[in-house]
Design a protein around this ligand. Structure first.
Ligand code: ZN
Length: 66
């Protein structure tokens, strides 16, 4: 999870941020688990994206959550 993530520049905890695309949710496509039978045939999966924002410097980092 990204809940304990900290800004690498400021060393303060990231805050949850809302991300708007205007065209639905932003997702990250990744290869399936290596031990997944679907990976053997090249199937990918879509992960939810969790944005986090640093309250000090404004850095936004995205985490692709399982
Ligand atoms: Zn920062």
């Amino acid at each position: 999870m990204a809940d304990d993530a900290r800004c690498p520049d400021c060393d303060v905890p990231f805050e949850a941020a809302d991300l708007f695309t205007g065209k639905g949710e932003l997702k990250v496509r990744t290869e399936a688990e290596s031990d997944d039978v679907l990976a053997a045939v090249g199937v990918t999966k879509a992960l939810e994206v969790e944005p986090r924002r640093c309250p000090e410097c404004g850095l936004v980092r995205f985490y692709a959550e399982e």
